[in-house]
Design a protein around this ligand. Structure first.
Ligand SMILES: Cc1cc2nc3c(=O)[nH]c(=O)nc-3n(C[C@H](O)[C@H](O)[C@H](O)COP(=O)(O)OP(=O)(O)OC[C@H]3O[C@@H](n4cnc5c(N)ncnc54)[C@H](O)[C@@H]3O)c2cc1C
Length: 441
């Protein structure tokens, strides 16, 4: 397959980038339709992990609607609430109920203390991309294809071209690429699996494996240890506390973190409930209340420590901490942060590291970029958007809706300029594109 632009990963970042690029193409139509290939391994186009069914249906935005989402989304909510027939096939019951409950506040545009279901934000982002695609198609400025597959390898293809190899063994030749692949995956534990009571990634299946592991334990008084105490941990605590069956089976929940607090809400079982580092971490009050109740019922405790190893011992997992203490639990869930660039946990990132030695930034959390461009230093046609920008490149944490919405237009502007430049200087790749017959105008 041959295209002008390859977009790898189409969660919120890939989708917001596409909306901006398509808008630029509609405003300044190119000399022929631009061929864009979008590849995502989960197939959750526009939604990615947080806003699709990879998160439980009642998952809420971490920050308030006002603080974290664009004004356009607020107006979408107002229209949605007014829609006479919301609650149609395909809409989540939890989202419909939430809209009904919050109708009055939505109509009055009171968004400051509102935490809406993340799936609703996914509905909005998907509708936004569909609108952009329809407009671009009707104006004939782009030909966009979507494919469920994984890009496992990226390499220069001689001249100005590049080549991506897919898990399906197909390959894609392209001139420019945007990597919007989310956070760097953690290296999985080599010998512990769900059958042992170990959940490496809660969001691989919307908590289904976690619930199955708890359900399948014969004992009723089981202990759960959560590695990490950030947004994922508090979401799991909320899931347990709002599910009567899980509550009945689970005797204790321990979060283990270097801070010893549950960061969203800054709760601690040592009653040191406080602002951490002098500022509040935002979190949906429903989540904070669930964690507070769990502490009061003596189910949840927060442990300060650093996990150094995990091992299986009969029906439990032994969690060893850096101070040589240990903790035993029937189920251990890893809610720690993302992986690092040096872990080689992603074939795609490893292939770029092989091609461009020392391409990682000084925090090892993303790539070194050419100043002001969002392009990988040494691979000037490969742009980055999303968590891979974390580090010193952007002056904020790029794992939030607001930052992605702020940066996507800039990435799109640079890529748009490259595409327009390419179209004015037909290359060998352009000749191949025409010969291959794919993305023909
Ligand atoms: C559980 C969770 C909840 C969150 N909640 C909020 C919130 O409430 N508010 C907020 O502001 N931010 C939140 N965030 C931060 C979040 O990271 C951003 O809002 C945003 O979702 C990031 O989007 P993304 O597209 O960069 O990454 P992702 O959503 O991770 O999407 C990346 C996509 O790339 C695909 N992909 C990865 N590798 C490949 C490959 N090699 N080939 C092909 N496809 C690939 C994946 O399938 C995925 O669809 C949350 C994050 C998580 C994980």
């Amino acid at each position: 397959m041959v295209c002008d632009l390859l977009v790898v990963g189409c969660g919120l970042s890939g989708s917001e980038f596409l909306c901006n690029l398509l808008q630029a193409l509609c405003e300044r139509p190119p000399s022929r339709p631009v061929g864009i290939s979008v590849i995502d391994r989960s197939g959750k186009f526009s939604r990615g992990i947080p806003y699709s069914d990879l998160s439980p249906p009642d998952s809420l935005l971490i920050e308030s609607v006002e603080r974290s989402t664009p004004p356009d989304f607020h107006e979408w909510l107002v229209d949605k609430e007014r829609e006479p027939r919301f609650g149609r096939a395909g809409e989540l019951v939890s989202s419909v109920q939430w809209l009904r409950q919050h109708g009055a506040d939505i109509a009055r545009r009171r968004f400051a203390d509102m935490y809406c279901p993340r799936h609703l934000f996914g509905d909005y982002q998907q509708a936004k991309l569909e609108r952009s695609l329809d407009r671009a198609r009707s104006l004939g400025v782009a030909s966009v294809s979507f494919q469920v597959d994984e890009v496992v390898d990226l390499a220069a293809d001689g001249g100005a071209g590049w080549c991506a190899r897919l898990a399906s063994a197909e390959s894609v030749r392209f001139c420019s690429a945007v990597l919007s692949v989310g956070a760097i995956p953690r290296v999985p534990h080599p010998s512990l699996f769900a059958r042992d009571g170990y959940i490496e990634d809660l969001y691989a299946d919307g908590f289904t494996s976690f619930k199955a592991v708890v359900r399948d334990r014969p004992a009723n008084r089981i202990d759960v240890a959560i590695i990490g105490a950030n947004a994922g941990a508090i979401e799991l605590i909320y899931c347990i506390e709002t599910d009567a069956d899980l509550r009945r089976k689970i005797r204790g929940i321990s979060t283990i973190s270097t801070e010893g607090f549950l960061l969203p809400g800054c709760l601690s079982s040592e009653e040191k409930t406080s602002s951490y580092l002098g500022f509040d971490f935002p979190s949906a009050p429903a989540y904070v209340d669930a964690a507070r109740n769990s502490i009061q019922e003596r189910r949840l405790r927060t442990v300060k420590g650093k996990v150094v190893s995990l091992s299986k011992n009969r029906d439990q997992i032994v969690v060893r901490l850096a101070d040589s203490s240990e903790l035993r639990a029937h189920v251990v869930v890893h809610c720690g942060g993302a992986g690092r660039m040096d872990k080689h946990s992603s074939g795609l990132i490893a292939s770029i590291q092989k091609m461009i030695p020392s391409c990682e930034n000084r925090f090892n959390k993303g790539f070194k970029l050419d100043a002001g461009t969002y392009k990988i230093s040494g691979a000037a046609r490969v742009s980055i958007l999303g968590p891979l920008l974390n580090g010193d490149t952007v002056q904020s944490y790029v794992e939030s809706i607001s930052t992605i919405h702020r940066i996507a237009p800039e990435v799109a502007r640079h890529v748009f300029e490259d595409i327009i430049r390419d179209l004015s200087q037909p290359s060998e790749l352009e000749a191949r594109r025409v010969r291959s017959g794919r993305y023909q105008p």
